[in-house]
Design a protein around this ligand. Structure first.
Ligand code: MN
Length: 696
């Protein structure tokens, strides 16, 4: 058993700032609380939590995890309470211990209830904090190591079965292969004692015949690679009895027919070296073509990375070789824990989501057997895990892209994404992520979400954020048009309009802010007159209802009218200077000026026709356009830009139709004359943003 100072020194060796006093207090606490309790082995009970804490130090986990390991059985098996633990060790540790305690309760439930309940609590706890699961797995591993001390064969069977069915797969799923293998081996020994004994004996026999074959082959591999200039570490081992037994069962073969009993591991200095090493091995020995697997370019679902190949050694013996870097090896053996080590305060909240989903399935299911079957098979099949470069974990649905990933990390990151590096390589944003991918989002400060992303994102979060951003952007564009209109309106009120007047106007109109005001103007939600009244209350009282309109027309002169006769430009056809025009004079009314082609003229109105032409002054004629834009970000801004370049004053902008992928606007523009309007129309038609533009 680890002594108190040994445990503390282990933690200090990887975390020099560790809270030594807290560790010491926790050690003393567990020793005192467990007191004279004994394990089945006859050892004092507290040796168990101390060993579990020792396992956690192997993974270099943080101080709260080590303390949790020390205290993990105190609430369950002693008089200690969660409140007491919180008072002594803080809320964080109390929460973790509570999580592990909840997990332990399932072991006391009735057999048939247990499977589902078991799993559910397990998952609930894990979804709160991955460290709870790590402590629980270490707890189970230590209990398996000491399983043989338990006298009741039924109890041993039950624990072994549970380990094989639930804990070993869970260890595998979070990538803790070392734990998984040891758990499987110990459970196998318990569940299939005869098979275990036979295989173990055969392995011993084989070893005595060959006399250190494993070491000899490892040396040969190392020499071959050294000659090629590669610095590697090679280790060899016999496969463990459980995996040999599994192969025998899967292939329905005898022990003698399982040829690949030895496995070798080559640790290289770089990824490139891994491929070089494989090339050297394949030219030195004959290899089995179907057996080659590249889990570096296509990692396994839990992030496992390695090259696998099988060689024919001396033409008769098949040996399996795994080639990987040191970093890959750490991740492969200790999985997610390797990512979490040292990540205090950097909680991978992303790991939570899939568990929540699973809990929903668990809650909805009533048949414990079916549930267990379902969970064993399908826990993670529709999910992928991806990491940020710093190692934070995010879960996403299958088919997720770097855009989904970016929005999962942070809405701003999603909004500013312009590219992605997946496992260090530049890849398109539409690339589907694979499990274990390390995704680095390349961002640019003023970048904006693209409507086209909606074509491939799969998460609701990304979808909603993109839609929202596109809407906001359109809103900003309309507000920009509104502020241009506003400048012109402001010149018409009898006061200089400054910040305060704008602020007061916003309040009088019951709007949120200035941007809101500009949007309301741009979207024609307010008339010019309403805006003027809000700026300078009472300033339009002297005008008639159409005073605004009259003022504007004063800038236009028409030839052919009797001096003093009023006129207005017809709103059905919006004539602009350059159009051929006629006047309609009805009794007691101002002359209506129509374009000659106006459909109203064809209706045979009872009025005198006047032959008119345009005078010199032609400011303020309004041409009405109907423009259909492609429904994507930036098109509205582009249109506004075309108006600005052509010195067109936009008077009104109405969105009249949205029919994806198009949006149609009606726009009233102040233009000088027909030539001006025609220039604007051709500029619009030349733009990529515009699908159609016509005068109406
Ligand atoms: Mn325990």
């Amino acid at each position: 058993m680890l002594r108190q100072y040994e445990l503390v020194e282990r933690v200090l060796s990887y975390d020099p700032d560790a809270d030594e006093a807290a560790l010491n207090r926790a050690y003393v606490y567990t020793v005192q609380k467990h007191g004279t309790q004994k394990r089945a082995s006859g050892d004092p009970y507290f040796s168990h939590p101390v060993e579990v804490a020792g396992l956690m130090t192997d993974l270099k986990l943080d101080v709260p995890t080590i303390i949790t390991a020390l205290l993990h059985d105190t609430v369950e098996d002693t008089l200690a309470t969660i409140e007491d633990i919180e008072a002594n060790f803080g809320a964080d540790v109390a929460r973790l211990v509570d999580g592990v305690t909840k997990l332990s309760k399932i072991e006391q439930m009735a057999e048939n209830e247990r499977a589902a309940e078991n799993l559910r609590k397990f998952l609930l706890a894990m979804s709160e904090d991955i460290r709870v699961l790590l402590v629980k797995l270490a707890d189970r591993l230590h209990n398996m190591r000491t399983l043989h001390f338990i006298k009741s064969p039924d109890k041993r069977q039950r624990i072994a079965r549970e380990t094989m069915d639930i804990y070993a797969p869970l260890a595998e799923r979070v990538g803790m292969y070392e734990y998984m293998r040891e758990m499987q081996l110990l459970a196998f020994e318990q569940l299939e004692p005869e098979a275990y004994a036979t295989i173990t004996n055969r392995l011993v026999e084989l070893r005595s015949q060959d006399g250190g074959q494993v070491d000899a082959i490892a040396l040969k591999i190392k020499q071959a690679l050294a000659e090629a200039g590669l610095h590697v570490e090679v280790s060899g081992r016999e496969k463990h009895p459980y995996s040999i037994w599994k192969k025998m069962a899967e292939r329905h073969v005898s022990f003698e027919q399982v040829t690949d009993i030895m496995a070798f591991r080559v640790i290289c200095e770089s990824e490139a070296d891994c491929y070089s090493a494989m090339g050297v091995l394949h030219t030195t020995w004959q290899f089995l073509p179907g057996k080659f697997k590249d889990y570096i370019s296509t990692p396994k679902s839990n992030g496992y990375k390695s090259l696998h190949t099988s060689l024919m050694y001396e033409n008769s013996m098949r040996v399996e070789v795994q080639i990987r870097t040191r970093a890959m090896h750490m991740t492969n053996e200790f999985g997610l824990a390797a990512h979490w080590a040292y990540k205090q305060g950097d909680r991978p909240d992303g790991a939570v989501g899939w568990l929540r989903d699973l809990i929903e399935i668990v809650d909805a299911s009533h048949d414990a057997d079916e549930l267990l079957e379902h969970t064993r098979m399908a826990i993670y099949q529709d999910r992928i895990f991806a990491f940020t470069p710093k190692g934070a974990l995010f879960q996403l649905p299958k088919g997720a892209t770097p855009v989904d990933f970016a929005f999962a990390v942070h809405t701003d990151l999603g909004a500013q994404a312009v590219g992605a590096k997946i496992n260090g390589r530049h890849m398109p944003l539409r690339t589907q992520l694979a499990n274990g991918d390390v995704v680095e989002i390349i961002k640019r400060k003023n970048a904006e979400p693209q409507l086209s992303w909606l074509g491939y994102v799969v998460t609701g979060k990304a979808r909603a954020a993109i839609r929202r951003a596109v809407r906001l952007k359109e809103r900003a564009e309309i507000a920009e048009i509104g502020s241009k209109l506003f400048e012109e309106i402001a010149t018409r009120v009898p006061a200089r309009i400054g910040k305060k007047a704008r602020h007061d106007a916003v309040e009088r109109l019951g709007l949120m802010d200035e941007e809101d005001l500009m949007f309301a103007i741009g979207a024609a939600k307010l008339t010019d007159r309403e805006v003027m009244e809000a700026l300078v209350p009472g300033c339009t009282a002297e005008f008639e209802d159409d005073a605004d309109w009259t003022r504007r027309e004063h800038a236009i002169s028409i030839r052919g009218l009797t001096p003093g006769v009023g006129f207005h430009l017809a709103e059905c056809c919006h004539p602009v200077p350059g159009d051929r025009i006629v006047g309609l004079r009805k009794k007691g009314e101002a002359v209506e000026v129509h374009a000659i082609g106006c459909f109203e003229l064809a209706n045979g109105i009872d009025a005198d026709w006047l032959d008119l032409s345009w005078g010199k002054r032609s400011q303020g004629a309004v041409g009405r356009l109907r423009v259909t834009l492609y429904d994507r970000p930036g098109t509205l801004a582009e249109m506004a830009g075309i108006f600005a370049q052509n010195h067109v004053n936009v008077k009104r902008l109405d969105q009249v139709e949205t029919d994806h992928p198009f949006t149609t606007y009606e726009i009233d523009n102040e233009v000088q004359d027909l030539a001006h309007l025609t220039r604007v129309l051709s500029a619009l038609r030349a733009s990529d943003a515009v699908a159609q533009a016509e005068r109406i």
